[in-house]
Design a protein around this ligand. Structure first.
Ligand code: SF4
Ligand code: SF4
Length: 152
């Protein structure tokens, strides 16, 4: 909605657009160090507060650039984050570690929510982090090495 509002205003009025782009708080907070008219400062502080309650709240729910990238992400041709057959059933390790709640109970990545932080990719590749790899290393003769699913 923010991105759509910005695009609409860009087609109608440069003045409106100049105001609407102030939804991003970085000019106020980083470029101007909060030395600015109070409405801008209040907005920047509000986004900081939002992000202290909702992890990366501004980036995930308000950022028009992120929205644009999300739209472009719809063009993704394949699911590039590799998953194992154990992901989700029973292993929930990556789901619980994903700070963006982008992995569901079945172990499937929701690419619309994924920030591509690579945390789950690191876990997947690491035999001291990925649960089935840990188990197969501990009991190499008792536990079969579970085949890795191909990237879809
Ligand atoms: S730890 Fe390994 S098996 Fe478990 S969810 Fe992550 S990648 Fe899948
Ligand atoms: S890459 Fe990061 S955000 Fe995406 S599913 Fe993996 S842990 Fe979650």
């Amino acid at each position: 909605m923010v991105l759509a509002g910005l695009l609409l205003s860009a087609a109608v009025s440069v003045t409106w657009t100049d105001r609407l782009v102030e939804i991003e708080p970085f000019k106020t907070s980083i470029t101007l160090n909060f030395v600015r008219a109070w409405p801008f400062v209040v907005w920047a502080v509000a986004t900081v507060l939002l992000s202290s309650f909702v992890y990366k709240g501004y980036c995930r729910y308000l950022c028009p650039l992120g929205a644009g990238m999300g739209v472009l992400g719809k063009l993704r041709r394949w699911d590039w984050i590799a998953r194992r057959s154990e992901c989700g059933q029973p292993c929930q390790r990556c789901r619980s570690d994903c700070a963006y709640q982008a992995i569901d109970k079945r172990g499937t990545v929701d690419y619309d929510e994924c920030f591509q932080c690579m945390d789950c990719v690191v876990i997947y590749e690491n035999d001291s982090l990925c649960v089935p790899l840990i188990l197969s290393n501990r009991h190499p003769t008792q536990i079969r090495v579970i085949p890795i699913q191909e990237v879809k």
